[in-house]
Design a protein around this ligand. Sequence first.
Ligand SMILES: [Zn+2]
Length: 53
Amino acid sequence: MAECPVCGCDVEYKDVELGELLNCPDCGSDLEVTKVDPITIAKAPEEEEDWGE
Ligand SMILES: [Zn+2]
């Protein structure tokens, strides 16, 4: 388990790699694995969803 940096709840993960994105089940934040051993997660940078065409 890793602690969500946004709401502090436990986020489950398994076999994550550096840079992998997780999603907090509690607050719904996008989280990025910034470090492994030990696992450290941080809020992922928000992405623009307007991709245009
Ligand atoms: Zn959270």
